[in-house]
Ligand binder design. Structure first.
Ligand code: SF4
Ligand code: SF4
Ligand code: SF4
Length: 253
C-alpha cells in the first residue's frame, strides 16, 4: 500500500497541538505504518512540496501567512485544520476586539512598525481557504488526532461529533456547573472531549467551537433558569474566537 504523504505547517499559535501529537509516544510509530511525514518542522528537517495531507496548526494573522496558506491549499489533496487556533482563530482572535495599532504597540513597544510585524485581524484557516476537516480543541485530544489520521489514511470519513458538550457531560453524570453559580458554554459547544472541563470541576469555555447549529434557545433557557444574562454568556465566549459569531448567533435567535 502506498502511504499518503503528510506535512505539518505551523502559523500563529503556541504549537501545543503538535506537542499533543508527540505525546502519543509509541502510537506515533503505529501511525507511521499508515502515513509518511515529509515535512514537520518540530520533528524533522526535511521539507517537501509533494504531500497528500496538509495539517495546519495556528491562525492566519499576517498577509504573508495568507499567501502561504493558499499555496499549501493548492498542493494538498486534503487540508486539515489542527486545534482551535486553526479551526476558529482561537485565543488569537482576542486581539480582534481591540484597535490593531494599540495591540501591536502593547506587544512590541517601539518596534511595532518593523515590517515583519505587519499584522491584521486574526483569521481561522477556513476564513482564508477551504478546509476539509477540523480537529478541534485547545489543545487537541491526541487520541482523536490519531483516529482521524487513521481514517484519512484508510480513505474513511471520520466521525466528528456535532452535538453539544452537555450530552457527554450528562452521560458522565456530572453535577452541572450552573448548580455552582457558574456559566458554562456546554449547551452550544461541540462535544468530542468527553466533557473534559466539567468532569474536572471547570466550566466549558468553548475551545472546540460551536456545534453546526447551536441551540441558542436551550442555552437561553438555562441562562434564564439560573438567573444569568446573555451578557454574562457573551463574556465567557470571548476567549475562543467565538465572540463575533456568538453575538450574531445570540442576536439572531
Ligand atoms: S489550539 Fe491551543 S494548544 Fe493548540 S496551538 Fe492553539 S493555543 Fe496552542
Ligand atoms: S452546562 Fe456545562 S456543566 Fe452543565 S451539563 Fe452542560 S456541559 Fe455539563
Ligand atoms: S469542556 Fe469545553 S473547554 Fe473543555 S475541552 Fe471540552 S470543549 Fe474544550
Amino acid at each position: 500500500m502506498t502511504k499518503p504523504k503528510i506535512a505539518f505547517f505551523d502559523f500563529a499559535c503556541c504549537e501545543g497541538c503538535q506537542l499533543q501529537v508527540y505525546n502519543l509516544e509509541e502510537d506515533i510509530l503505529n501511525l507511521l505504518t499508515l502515513v509518511e511525514p515529509v515535512e514537520w518542522r518540530e520533528a524533522m528537517s526535511d521539507q517537501s512540496d509533494a504531500y497528500d495531507i496538509a495539517i495546519i496548526e495556528g491562525s492566519v494573522t499576517r498577509p504573508v501567512d495568507e499567501t502561504r496558506v493558499k499555496s499549501i491549499r493548492e498542493k494538498a489533496k486534503i487540508l486539515v485544520a489542527l486545534g482551535s487556533c486553526a479551526t476558529t482563530g482561537g485565543v488569537n482572535k482576542l486581539k480582534n476586539n481591540f484597535e490593531l495599532g494599540e495591540v501591536k504597540t502593547c506587544v512590541y513597544g517601539d518596534s511595532a512598525d518593523m515590517p515583519h510585524l505587519d499584522t491584521y485581524l486574526t483569521k481561522s484557516v477556513a476564513e482564508v481557504v477551504k478546509v476539509d476537516l477540523m480537529i478541534h480543541g485547545c489543545p487537541i485530544d491526541n487520541e482523536e488526532f490519531a483516529y482521524i489520521v487513521r481514517c484519512l489514511a484508510l480513505g474513511k470519513k471520520p466521525f466528528i461529533p456535532n452535538y453539544p458538550v452537555c450530552v457527554e457531560c450528562k452521560l458522565k453524570e456530572n453535577i452541572c456547573r450552573y448548580e455552582y453559580n457558574e456559566i458554562c458554554l456546554g449547551p452550544v459547544i461541540r462535544a468530542g472531549c468527553d466533557a473534559k472541563c466539567p468532569s474536572n470541576g471547570m466550566w466549558c469555555f468553548g475551545c472546540r467551537g460551536y456545534v453546526d447549529e447551536p441551540n441558542v434557545n436551550a442555552a437561553k433557557e438555562v441562562m434564564n433558569q439560573y438567573g444569568k444574562t446573555l451578557d454574562d454568556l457573551r463574556g465567557k465566549m470571548l476567549l475562543f474566537g467565538t465572540n463575533e459569531e456568538s453575538t450574531d448567533v445570540i442576536e439572531k435567535n
